[in-house]
Design a protein around this ligand. Structure first.
Ligand code: NG6
Ligand code: CA
Length: 511
């Protein structure tokens, strides 16, 4: 056995012998605010290296808190990452957790333990604002958008919700408040179809003259607000959103909620899931031209403004010192994701995935290595950086240990990494299963990443034109410390490590 294999075995034995991470005793925060961006890459914000996109508010969070360099979203796309964040379970364990259409049924079993339910049980009021994309209503039943829709976030642990059902590029383009479409005129009912258009309505494919933003692939069905969408819809005209207003609308809601909760002296969890910087990228006019990287940079500046307004609201409500703020993204970056918004041209020399390769949809690091910042004044030392290995879904088990030290973990795959989150330990999880889409898995341990033979590898950061290959026979092994771009497959030099990583992945899969 060679030296590195021996090290790996010793590390594995030490991990097995170690008691579960002990959570330092601290007074629980009065506010837990998670700001969850969409498709924001590791390198898209200033404190992770971006030069041409000013993000002073996000950078300030890092200056006042801890910036993690080895944190991952659970997958490299939206729905399964969010599924894992809320359920603490790897999404590849369950069928039907891929990117959902806008008329899908809720995929979280309402009987399951969830992050918001756990927080409720410890006295927190919970509010879900922004992008949902986990389905609504019962399985097998067509959603009637004109009636109260249940189950919704309100049935999986959120006391209140104010959401976009799916994504900005999918119909229906309306906001739902506690299961009801907001601003709906009952005389103009909504109909939605992901199969066919409604008679007399234009589609984006044949009516390009009606589009203010041209599509590049897909996104050529219903036309709403001059933008082609995925799926067809009819009616609900008074309820339709204007994409350019959405960031302000959800931020106003979040601020109102912070003020209300502070006044009522109620501890709360605010899940603030922005639509930025997902397509269609439609910044409010005050952000147009505010970055050096076109519209994709401009919506990142808009995202930063949401962060600024929320952190200022916490401060004004006297909650700053009692607020645990977490900032992250649901998956890595993408340039052309279906609209001709010149994101490729305007990207120029910017590196959306920072030092990593590829982006959204990929098993390579760019797919799921994301910015992750945690701020908690007085508890987390300001301006720190941590290399602890984290998966976003660890928030469930970690917060549970913070609130109820010693309690059995309610979540299947979520691990208590609270000591690392608080900057009290350099160690996060031992293993993290990397997942692109579906059941394509790889595994990370220490500096090593192993992608088993045959797993699809997607390279590039453009939705339609990425290059596809497969992990070769014997698998791919990368030393991420030396080779963050995953260019040098060293599997043949370390067969023992490959075998052990493969066995560990199999063990986790079977767990
Ligand atoms: C893809 C869409 C893409 C985006 C993605 C979901 C096309 C051609 N592509 O199918 O634009 O909507 O789904 O993104 O339609 S996610 O961040 O919600 O996972
Ligand atoms: Ca996403």
């Amino acid at each position: 056995m060679n030296k590195s294999a021996l090290h790996l075995m010793l590390a594995m034995a030490a991990a097995a012998a170690c008691p579960a991470a002990v959570t330092p005793t601290v007074k629980p925060p009065k506010a837990i605010v998670m700001i969850y961006a969409d498709d924001l890459g590791y390198g898209d914000v200033g404190c992770y290296g971006a030069k041409g996109i000013p993000t002073p508010a996000i950078d300030k969070l890092a200056e006042q808190g801890c910036r993690f360099t080895d944190a991952y979203s659970t997958t490299s796309v939206c729905t399964p990452s969010r599924y894992a964040l809320f359920t603490g379970e790897y999404p590849w364990r369950k069928e039907g957790t891929g990117i959902l259409p806008g008329d899908a049924a809720l995929i979280i079993d309402t009987k399951k333990p969830t992050l918001p339910k756990m927080l409720q049980s410890h006295g927190y009021k919970t509010y879900m604002i922004g992008k949902w994309h986990l389905g609504l209503g019962e399985k097998g039943k067509k959603i009637d958008w004109n009636k109260h829709i249940s189950p919704s976030p309100n049935e999986i642990g959120f006391d209140e919700s104010f959401i976009f059902a799916a994504t900005g590029d999918r119909v229906p383009c309306v906001i739902l408040e506690n299961g009801n479409v907001r601003n709906l005129d009952p005389n103009d009912p909504i109909e939605v179809s992901y199969k066919h258009n409604f008679p007399g309505l234009p589609n984006g494919k044949d009516n390009k003259d009606q589009l203010k933003l041209m599509w590049s692939h897909g996104h050529n069905q219903a036309i709403i607000n001059g933008i082609g969408r995925i799926g067809f819809m009819k009616g609900g005209r008074s309820a339709l959103w204007k994409d350019e207003e959405n960031a302000d609308i959800i931020t106003d809601k979040a601020i109102e909620y912070i003020q209300k909760s502070a006044k009522a002296k109620e501890p709360f969890f605010l899940m603030f899931a922005t639509h930025d910087i997902h397509v269609p990228r439609c910044p409010e006019k005050r952000f147009v031209g505010k970055s050096r990287h076109g519209v994709r940079g401009d919506v990142t500046v808009e995202l930063d403004d949401c962060v600024r307004r929320i952190t200022e609201a916490l401060q004004q409500a006297g909650l700053e010192k009692d607020a645990l703020v977490i900032f992250s993204s649901d998956n890595g970056p993408v340039l052309d994701d279906g609209y001709r918004d010149f994101a490729v041209r305007d990207n120029a020399t910017h590196s959306p995935a920072g030092p990593f390769r590829a982006g959204k949809y990929s098993i390579l690091e760019g797919g799921s290595r994301i910015p992750f910042i945690v701020k908690w004044p007085g508890v987390i030392k300001p301006g720190t950086t941590s290399k602890a290995l984290l998966n976003q879904m660890d928030l469930g088990a970690s917060l549970e240990q913070l609130l109820a030290p010693g309690k059995a973990n309610s979540f299947r795959d979520s691990e208590n990494v609270m000591p690392a989150l608080l900057g009290k330990s350099a160690k996060g999880r031992d293993y993290h299963v990397i997942n692109s889409t579906g059941k394509a898995l790889a595994i990370r341990h220490g500096k090593w990443k192993f992608i088993p033979a045959g797993v699809a590898i997607r390279d590039g950061i453009n939705g339609a034109s990425a290059k596809m290959s497969k992990s070769p026979e014997g698998g791919s092994l990368f030393d991420l410390e030396k080779d963050p771009k995953e260019l040098d497959n060293v599997a043949s030099q370390h067969p023992d490590i490959c075998e052990q990583m493969k066995a560990k992945l199999e063990e986790i899969r079977q767990r």
